[in-house]
Design a protein around this ligand. Structure first.
Ligand code: ZN
Length: 278
């Protein structure tokens, strides 16, 4: 199942066409794309059994973030061995956690204003929670995930590294620094949700390519570690970390420039497209 935020309304994407959920369900489910995660098991059951009306074509520019207003957002740093190595930091023995503030969220196809500094890219698998998770073991974690989407953890490295300790959260939260989408794909759609190819490119030149099976802490392990401390709530968003190939890890270093286009994709989900202006 592909679940989208289309102009701020919850939609199912079926064969490339959009079905408005509030209309198709006669109001049983709200049009609010964030509200569906509060009753996600019920929603999944309805969607599987419902005879849906024919979908309608839509403008992809109207897609928003699939979970646009979560109560909690978790970002995981240095979650791939090769990325920790290119960052010059030892691989963590427990997840390195920060947040991206929700004002940085956007849909999949956007223009992003570059702040002063050095703006970098990070392709990431994003998991959205569909069932409250508190002290959940990794072996029981996947049913707590509503679905997976594509994310970019865009990061301004000067602010991130200034000062005695890194400023991960603030430096990764400029407006437009958390594009997501194009939709949320439920976990049952993947042959192996723990092994998906992810990549990104600038103006068609590949910058990153990896597989989520290379994560130091897999999605289920992250849920175990996070939910041991703080309950994960329906609709919460987890940016799960990036593979190697970011700009600050390259020789010479490279950062996003005005006029460049960043494309990002994950196997079985789809892609993002960001253009940049100063
Ligand atoms: Zn990241």
């Amino acid at each position: 199942m592909r679940i989208a935020n289309l102009s701020g309304r919850l939609a199912l994407i079926v064969n490339g066409l959009a079905v408005d959920v509030a209309t198709a369900s006669d109001g049983r489910f709200s049009a609010d794309p964030q509200a569906v995660f509060e009753q996600f098991d019920e929603f999944r059951g309805w969607a599987a059994a419902a005879v849906l009306p024919a979908g309608t074509p839509f403008d992809p520019a109207e897609l928003g973030a699939p979970a646009p207003l979560p109560r909690q957002v978790f970002g995981i740093g240095l979650n791939y061995q090769a990325h920790a190595a290119e960052s010059g930091i030892a691989a963590p023995s427990s997840p390195a956690v920060f947040t991206k503030f929700v004002t940085s969220f956007s849909g999949p196809y956007t223009q992003v204003r570059l702040p002063a500094g050095e703006v970098d890219w990070e392709v990431e698998l994003v998991a959205v929670i569909g069932r409250r998770a508190e002290h959940v073991a990794a072996s029981a974690a996947w049913p707590h995930v509503a679905g997976l989407t594509v994310g970019q953890d865009i990061s301004e490295r000067v602010l991130q590294m200034v000062g005695a300790v890194p400023q991960f959260s603030l430096a990764k939260s400029y407006p437009g620094f958390a594009p997501m989408g194009p939709w949320l794909v439920t976990v049952d759609e993947f042959t192996d949700p723990d092994d998906l190819e992810l990549s990104c490119a600038i103006d068609g030149e590949q910058m990153q390519k990896g597989r989520t099976s290379e994560m130091i802490f897999s999605v289920p392990e992250l849920i175990e570690k996070l939910s041991a401390v703080t309950p994960l709530l329906p609709g919460d968003v987890i940016f799960t970390g990036t593979p190697s190939g970011v700009g600050m890890g390259r020789t010479p270093k490279r950062f996003l420039q005005p006029g460049e286009v960043l494309t990002t994709s994950i196997e079985g989900i789809g892609g993002l497209r960001q253009s940049f202006v100063r």
